[in-house]
Design a protein around this ligand. Sequence first.
Ligand SMILES: NC(=O)c1ccc[n+]([C@@H]2O[C@H](COP(=O)([O-])OP(=O)(O)OC[C@H]3O[C@@H](n4cnc5c(N)ncnc54)[C@H](O)[C@@H]3O)[C@@H](O)[C@H]2O)c1
Length: 255
Amino acid sequence: MELKDTSAIVTGAGSGLGLATARRLLAEGCKVAALDRNVSVLRGGEEEYSAIIEADVTSEQGLAEAFAQAVDTCGEIRMVVHCAGVLGNGAVLSPSRGTLPLKRFADVIAINLTGTFNSIRLAAEHMQGLSPLEDGERGVIITTASIAAWEGLSGQAAYAASKGGVAAMTLPLARELAIHGIRVMSIAPGMFQTGLLSNIPDQTLQHLIDDVPFPKRAGKGEEFAELAIAIARNRMLNGETIRLDGALRMRNPNS
Ligand SMILES: NC(=O)c1ccc[n+]([C@@H]2O[C@H](COP(=O)([O-])OP(=O)(O)OC[C@H]3O[C@@H](n4cnc5c(N)ncnc54)[C@H](O)[C@@H]3O)[C@@H](O)[C@H]2O)c1
């Protein structure tokens, strides 16, 4: 897909990977609707973004209204990059806090998995009505999984389940939406330097960095954005989750 003058919605655009992607898409000449439940850091960028939209991805009505607003201001949306998400660590059995309340698990699933699906269904609904481009392509949807989908650490049952769900639905959605010329791809980052990592203890972070074969550091938001752009440009990429992790295979600190 040619990116210049293409319109995109980026969710989670207020921070981290979403923010880096939104900025990179602007630099590529895209019209960008930046969506987040916390848009405070985006304020002041109104002249660059076509729209700055405050919305919660878990809200059926709220996200539908947000997508409608994005279409109103940007026109045809051909690309959705869904980055909104939370870490949501929580031990099932904590000596100090007791058994994990069911709501804590459900909340992480609601944001990371159901919220992702909410975006996908609204993107697909809009894209199916667009005119086909080369090869019959109408649009591309890129979601954000995590390598925790395969190697979740202790205390990450909810997070790993949510990201496993994101990875697992990528192929069936790509198969279903193929008839409409809509591609569905997912990126599974390893460890990236964003606000999300502020919730991880320093010792665990250092341990994870030590385990990255190469390059031995956390990834940068720009590197995530670079892959999102490569996916948008390459129509043969479809129905797959790509690890972006410097070959990191997470293991528990004590294992
Ligand atoms: N940073 C990493 O190391 C890493 C690794 C693997 C996967 N990920 C995934 O990447 C995605 C982006 O994370 P990040 O690292 O940029 O974190 P971040 O905390 O910097 O950004 C996440 C953004 O999502 C927004 N958000 C959260 N819940 C929302 C909701 N219900 N509705 C709308 N917006 C919401 C937040 O306000 C925030 O701006 C997440 O899905 C995360 O799980 C991150």
